[in-house]
Ligand binder design. Sequence first.
Ligand SMILES: Nc1ncnc2c1ncn2[C@@H]1O[C@H](COP(=O)(O)OP(=O)(O)O)[C@@H](O)[C@H]1O
Ligand SMILES: [Mg+2]
Length: 268
Amino acid sequence: MPAETKIAQEILNAEILNTKEVSVHFGGLRAVEKVDMSVRRGTIHGIIGPNGAGKTTLFNALTGFQKLTAGKIFFRGADITGLPPEKIAARGMSRTFQNIKLFSALSVLENVRTGFHSKLKTGLFDALFHTFAYKRDESFATEKGLEILEWVGLRDQAETRAANLAYGTRRKLEIARALALDPDILLLDEPAAGMNPVETKELMKLIQVINETGRTIVVIEHDMKLIMNVCDYITVLNQGVKICEGPPSHIRKDPRVIEAYLGRSHSA
Ligand SMILES: Nc1ncnc2c1ncn2[C@@H]1O[C@H](COP(=O)(O)OP(=O)(O)O)[C@@H](O)[C@H]1O
Ligand SMILES: [Mg+2]
């Protein structure tokens, strides 16, 4: 392989997720405007910015929940622009939501098991007639589900109904369910929202542990301490536009970031 091709290939491998001039407009509102972002494989990548900056809209675009107005998204080198959420998830990208989406009537374990859905091969016929394949998938989901719960520290609450969990624990359960897909990349939308300092600290540890298994993490977060402590790289959005990016040490002292946060009162 020629040297240049080899280098190009290495760069491609190093980047797991790329956006090229991604825009999402709602009528006249430019929620996301020509955002270029590269997420390096194996890193913890933060997205910060004031309320309404377009962070959740960008996540929705990345995961197929929001149609783009313009631009392209590449995941592991393949163009995934316009693919539906389940297709993107099946390729190894999973997410949590800013507004927690759990089945409150189901137990903790059952919630995690719903995350295996697209991984298991059996269909409705198998479910109705409890075929051998169905039973095998069911026991796989239970076993794997318990393993994941052990991992995130929820094993003891496997039988608890999701509705009866404390708020911070519900957020953890959402992460556990997202892990059921065995994703290469995990996108977390404000995972620390509503958590107390102890829960936030536990969450930081969990994010690092998940990352140590080789998974890339993209995290939107308001908690600056969390962002600055766990992220390798940060993208800053303001009013839909990327205003700067870099490692935490660089972001912390960037005047545009300070202005975006402090100037919020007159820009909102
Ligand atoms: N579905 C939608 N329809 C219209 N406007 C939207 C929609 N979703 C988000 N917005 C607007 O887009 C902007 C960015 O929102 P959002 O991505 O939620 O910001 P963030 O997550 O950074 O707080 C906001 O002005 C918001 O009101
Ligand atoms: Mg948001």
